[in-house]
Design a protein around this ligand. Structure first.
Ligand code: FMN
Ligand code: MN
Length: 492
């Protein structure tokens, strides 16, 4: 659904404080969270190495990266608290806010090309490598990769748009190979390919923090994630039609690569260092042919250093929000969920419940496996455990879990093809990977680390000291007081 240009007022409509990447960067800068690096930092390895060092502390701004004219930013969303801040909520309100937006998307508002900053400059038949500073990140990466590109495409059947981030290897100025895991973009592409048609796409680089986050929603296939971005902004997201195809892109973005996913064409892609901190193998992948590049007058290029906090958090927070909603539909006593950082923000889910019935945690475990194939391990804990504190979760496992009674194992289920312990690692003798339908076979493991609903006296009561939660150390500890160790008396 789209509102037409004539229905819009002159002012670009959004209510959120950060309407585009620049406003967010200016905010990071004014709060000491933007490190400006030297001009001309090399694009191969050096830029990613510096950004990785700064990850989670400061965003990195590289002027004239690689000796070109376009600056590169990285690490702009690398703390949970920053993401909450961009949404205008506290960290505890983060999932509820995202869920609200995912459940009530807001249709986008179309603006004309003249009103769209991302089309201030148009290059038809452009060369990606000449125009854009695309870094090569990890040691064994097979060349430069676009890692923060929002890939937008339309469902060939319904016309509804979809947004996802996909890694894209730039093979040449006009051809790029893309990894599409079995989600919505791949479904659109398969549909187009079955009709021998190309799928029109746009790769959008440099968007506001809320649109970046919305791209990771686990939404139904007929939900346009840009509408979730609009709901997060509290106002329709302004979009503009691409110059060479029918895809609509966020008008306030920095850079848009327009192109087509070609039917029947595959090229080798990879290896590439991925979020589990391993390389995903070189395989034949689908190919985008580039038709045009449009951008702002002085565009800023965004790159995400793979497997670092920005990568993990962008994936995990929207997933947590949608997983919580999914579980609460069947289990209203599920209180919180967390995809742990150690579980690469994807594979290990901690679930907090107020247990009402014996056996219920096992039902919750099964429901969680059904929510997303990436989930490999689920640990269910009681409401006296903070799921954001891995040590507390381990404590619950150590003291409330018995493997013979509380363990659920489901062999041979669909898992993440990027998990090297799944079948994806089992290459044939000639080095060929197994066909995609056999990749990522994985066992699922669930741990019920809850205490019994009814227990004798204080067997399962967590030790607590009355008043400990209320103690304010600043009111209790005296500053500037010394002790005379001869007499034991206080002296100031
Ligand atoms: C930095 C980053 C890189 C990603 N790379 C890929 C990728 O290469 N291929 C892929 O299929 N998903 C990738 N993802 C995950 C998808 O973008 C994500 O699952 C998205 O929600 C899928 O959208 P869909 O449900 O509309 O298909 C990446 C996510 C992030 C944050
Ligand atoms: Mn989708």
């Amino acid at each position: 659904m789209l509102r037409k240009p004539d229905a819009m007022n002159k002012q670009t409509p959004t209510a959120a404080p950060f309407r585009d990447l620049r406003e967010w960067l200016a905010h990071l800068e004014s709060t000491g969270r933007l490190a400006v690096l030297r001009e001309g930092v090399p694009l191969t390895h050096r830029l990613a190495a510096i950004a990785k060092k700064l990850d989670g502390r400061q965003a990195a701004f590289f002027p004239a990266a690689g000796g070109g004219t376009v600056p590169v930013v990285s690490g702009i969303m690398s703390q949970r608290s920053w993401i909450a801040e961009a949404l205008g909520v506290s960290e505890t309100g983060l999932l509820a806010r995202f869920r609200q937006a995912a459940e009530k998307p807001l249709p986008c508002q179309e603006v004309s090309a003249a009103q769209a900053p991302c089309q201030q400059v148009v290059h038809l038949g452009a060369d990606v490598l000449k125009l854009l500073p695309v870094p090569t990140h990890s040691e064994h990466d097979n060349g430069p990769y676009i890692t923060a590109g929002l890939v937008i495409a339309r469902n060939p059947v319904t016309g509804v748009q979809n947004v996802s981030i996909n890694r894209i290897q730039v093979h040449s100025g006009t051809h790029m190979a893309i990894l599409m895991l079995p989600r919505h973009l791949l479904a659109f592409y398969k549909e187009a390919e079955s009709r021998q048609q190309a799928l029109e796409v746009a790769v959008v680089i440099g968007v506001d923090p809320l649109t970046l986050l919305a791209s990771q929603a686990i939404a139904p296939i007929d939900c346009d994630e840009l509408e979730i971005a609009g709901a997060l902004h509290g106002a329709p997201l302004p979009v503009v039609k691409c110059q060479t195809n029918g895809v609509h892109v966020p008008a306030n973005s920095e850079i848009v690569i327009e192109g087509r996913l070609l039917p029947g064409v595959r090229e080798l892609e990879g290896p590439f260092g991925e979020f589990p901190k391993y390389y995903s193998a070189r395989e034949r992948r689908e190919v985008i042919e580039v038709d045009a590049i449009t951008h702002r007058k002085q565009p800023i290029y965004h790159t995400i250093v793979p497997a670092e906090k920005e990568h993990l958090l962008l994936g995990s927070i929207p997933r947590e929000a949608t997983l919580l909603a999914h579980l609460q539909r069947s289990f209203p006593n599920v209180l919180d969920v967390h995809l742990s950082v150690g579980g690469v923000g994807r594979y290990h889910l901690f679930v907090k419940i107020r247990k009402a019935h014996e056996g219920q945690p096992k039902n919750v475990i099964c429901a969680a496996f059904g929510a997303h194939y990436d989930i490999k391990q689920v640990i269910v804990v009681d409401d006296d455990v903070d799921v954001h504190e891995p040590q507390q979760v381990e404590w619950a496992v150590a003291t409330r879990f018995q493997a013979d009674r509380d363990l659920v194992v489901i062999p041979g289920a669909q898992g993440s093809v990027l998990d090297p312990s799944t079948t994806v690692g089992q290459h044939f003798a000639d080095g060929e990977a197994p066909p995609t339908h056999l990749q990522g076979l994985s066992a699922k493991m669930g741990l019920d680390a809850t205490r019994p609903v009814v227990y004798h006296e204080h067997v399962f009561t967590k030790v607590r000291i009355p008043g400990e939660a209320e103690i304010e150390l600043a009111n209790e500890v005296r500053v500037g007081v010394r002790i005379n160790w001869q007499t034991g008396a206080l002296q100031s």
